[in-house]
Write a protein that binds this ligand. Structure first.
Ligand SMILES: [Zn+2]
Ligand SMILES: [Zn+2]
Length: 258
């Protein structure tokens, strides 16, 4: 069995449903645990899939919209209650510190472990993972995606995964993620709602598929899916597969070995 995997903790856009939590993905490689975004309910999803929050080494936040960060205060408080000592690294666009400090102050909580907040920059997580942030095209808020590179002990590339967070399709990030094997892309709507998607800074499943094809990805996960498709995810997959055959709609709890 592979020593590297990811699991979708929450795959919804904006609002949770009984089927879908808000955006969060957990990735594990060589004993390091990374969280990509932390929507509300992230810690419940972690416990549902049997993963202790104390294991998480780093959290990568794409942007400060609530559906991507409202899970953080509760998650960090739970880490504190489990007597965590190891430091936590959070990479996020500017502004997250104010949000966390206000929530800790209001709730009279002081983490008894180091919480380091860094703005997006190329960062090593342990000896084998490298994070490369890239700018995306969402709203007026600064927004980033993250390229996660897993290296072998001899320095070879073991896997590359690109997570866009929320974005409409734009050329500016295509170069940054070219050649990435796994692409997790905003796919909020289907093509018939393209105008709505783009005007809110989101993508359709066709957009995601065209980007996957352009960068030469091996597999595409459609992510950040509107609840209007909960009864028929195959609609989004069919649309995407017209342009990129290995496209799958992400579902909460879905695990993928890298
Ligand atoms: Zn969102
Ligand atoms: Zn957003």
């Amino acid at each position: 069995m592979s020593d590297s995997w990811m699991v979708f903790l929450g795959t919804s856009a904006g609002v949770p449903s009984k089927l879908r939590g808000l955006p969060s993905i957990l990735l594990q490689y060589r004993g390091k645990y990374l969280l990509l975004d932390a929507g509300e309910g992230t810690q419940i999803a972690l416990s549902r899939y049997g993963i202790g929050s104390s294991k998480i080494d780093a959290i990568l936040i794409t942007h400060l919209h609530g559906d991507h960060i409202f899970g953080l205060p509760g998650l960090i408080q739970s880490m504190g209650m489990s007597s965590r000592k190891k430091p936590l690294l959070i990479i996020s666009p500017n502004g997250l510190r104010d949000f966390l400090e206000a929530s800790f102050k209001t709730t009279d909580f002081i983490p008894q472990f180091d919480v380091e907040i860094r703005e997006p920059e190329r960062t090593a997580i342990g000896d084998y993972i490298e994070i490369v942030p890239f700018k995306t095209c969402h709203t007026s808020l600064p927004s980033y995606g993250y390229l996660v590179l897993g290296k072998t002990p001899s320095g070879d590339l073991r896997f590359s995964l690109a997570y866009t967070g929320d974005t409409k399709p734009c050329e500016s990030y295509v170069d940054a993620i070219k050649g990435s094997e796994v692409l997790i892309h905003d796919s909020t709507f289907s093509e018939e709602l393209r105008n709505e998607a783009w005007s809110f800074g989101h993508s359709t499943s066709k957009d995601a598929a065209l980007i996957a094809r352009e960068i030469g990805a091996k597999v595409l996960f459609l992510f950040h899916i509107s609840n209007r498709y909960n009864d028929d995810l195959s609609l989004l997959e069919r649309e995407a597969r017209r342009f990129f055959s290995e496209a799958y709609a992400a579902i909460d709890g879905m695990k993928f070995y890298l």
